[in-house]
Write a protein that binds this ligand. Structure first.
Ligand code: AR6
Length: 185
């Protein structure tokens, strides 16, 4: 019994060691893939989507146009063009409505983005706080979903060795830091 508990604890540490939280601009990250909080058209927009398209250049929009859109909760991959990141994984978060389906869809964004990364041999990936801007998802609830879904994937896959959560504001950064320290205890 004691041995089993120890085993479970060390597995958790192995997962948390692969997770990092940074404050800043996701477009500056040197990772295999940055995740875009896109809309279903994949044709660009404001917030992090606008920043990623500006930094990547017009070829990103051309590739997105050819994909033809993405349903909420799913993910599509493109090249990174002028970004430092080699790829962009575009996912579409739910518009926050307060319904139970929101959390499932947001969790799917993280799980499907990570699965796509695994399928493509990507080992380092950075996420913004999907749905937490224009789409209105409360940051604390979204942080828990982001971290829990990510841990769930990392538990079963060793191919991803670095997941970075990138937050724009100090307040949002602290929410992630606090939640991660809670689950590490
Ligand atoms: N780096 C990191 N985080 C950022 C950056 C950046 N450069 N810019 C903004 N954020 P949002 P959503 C944070 O609105 O809520 C777009 O128009 C921001 O502070 O970008 O999923 C799309 O086209 C917030 O915490 O995405 C869709 O129509 C988080 O990123 C719609 O917005 C997400 O905010 C998607 O809305």
């Amino acid at each position: 019994m004691v041995c089993e508990e120890k085993k479970e604890k060390s597995m958790e540490k192995d997962i948390l060691d692969r997770i990092e939280v940074l404050q800043g601009d996701i477009t500056c990250l040197d990772v295999d893939a940055i995740v875009n909080a896109a809309n279903r058209s994949l044709l660009g927009g404001g917030g992090v989507d606008g920043a990623i398209h500006r930094a990547a250049g017009p070829d990103l929009l051309a590739e997105c146009r050819a994909i033809g859109g993405c349903p909420t909760g799913e993910a599509k991959i493109t090249r990174g063009y002028n970004l430092i990141a080699r790829h962009v994984i575009h996912t579409v978060g739910p518009v926050y409505s307060g319904k139970q389906s929101d959390s499932h869809l947001l969790s799917q964004c993280y799980a499907n983005s990570l699965q796509l990364a695994i399928d493509q041999g990507i080992s380092t990936i950075a996420f913004p706080a999907v749905s937490c801007g224009v789409y209105g998802y409360p940051m604390k609830a979204a942080c828990k979903i982001a971290v829990d879904s990510t841990c769930n994937v990392l538990k079963d896959s060793r191919s991803i060795n670095r997941v970075v959560f990138v937050l724009f504001s100090t307040g949002d950064y602290n929410i992630y830091k606090d939640y991660l320290s809670t689950i590490a205890d």
